[in-house]
Write a protein that binds this ligand. Sequence first.
Ligand code: NAD
Length: 356
Amino acid sequence: MQHKRILVTGGAGFIGSAVVRQLIGETEAEVLNVDKLTYAGNLSSLADARQSNRHHFLQADICDAAAMARAFADFRPDAVMHLAAESHVDRSIDGPAEFIQTNVVGTFTLLDAATAYWRGLDDAARAAFRFHHISTDEVFGSLGDEGMFTEETAYDPRSPYSASKASSDHLVRAWHHTHGLPVVVTNCSNNYGPYHFPEKLIPLVILKAISGQPLPVYGDGSNIRDWLHVEDHARALRLVVDQGVPGETYCVGGNSERTNLQVVHAICDELDAARPRANGESYRSQITYVKDRPGHDFRYAIDTAKIGRELGWTPQESFESGIAGTVRWYLANEAWWSAIHDGSYRGERLGLSIED
Ligand code: NAD
């Protein structure tokens, strides 16, 4: 079943914009992109998609119940892909309130509006409807040297960010069990790729490296993350919303565990090849170790057997080629990230409401 009218929340963010670009570029779907345009929302990540008359943009807060009810009534979606969230762990330590508001209260508000709308559909449309909640593997806590997260792993969130995402996952599943809303949930590992906001590790390191600044690595750099290219994640999400079984959860990951230091080395090596430093030294010489983040989870790894077996998904991009492509994308797209650095990307949001 291919959904035709998809309400995407957070479609101006990093992963949401990849989903919207694919939906507009590779399918016939009509998309309502609902985004508040916080500091993390950037319409210039959607320059091509916005040329299409199948992309509609609504600047709205998912915590605004009246706006969400109107969005459902006016657009009449047959699926929701819910990506809007506060997503940066470091910010959740300094200012958790926004995380509780958007990730918990916002998800509740969206669920409430979706359920009221879904109840009013005819039987066939009610059965076909999907509410897809996009979440993180950070809800599972931290692993030691061995083992992997699966769909059965008990929740054990450690940061305000992961605790707020865990809460939202529980709300979504509760709406399925209590009200019968046909939900699917995905928990995914760390994403990387083009259009990633430069506060996150990979773009941060690329941009600091080329401007000659120190490259910060938490602790001794031994923390391990699994990395997935954002375009592979977007493909997994499209499969799950179309073919996932209501009530089910799917773990998504890149089968690419790397220490943070390995990630930084891979970026430096690619930059050494693509843009050698004038003095001939490797970018690795700019690495500096900084005090570890409080409650820093040691290792995440995710078992993707279920989504592979049941939906036939596997990541297509290897970590090495994905990092090389990402480094080269940042080198070639200075206009995109320099508008973030100088703040001019925010100008676009002024006075914006709905756009056809
Ligand atoms: P992001 O921070 O890049 O984008 C979030 C988007 O949501 C932005 O466009 C922002 O404007 C919008 N938004 C925030 N608050 C809103 C609100 N109250 N109402 C409407 N819109 C709002 O995040 P991302 O990295 O693209 O992550 C998207 C989703 O995927 C999140 O739910 C995140 O938890 C999840 N996820 C992310 C990763 C990752 O590595 N980035 C991994 C697994 C899961």
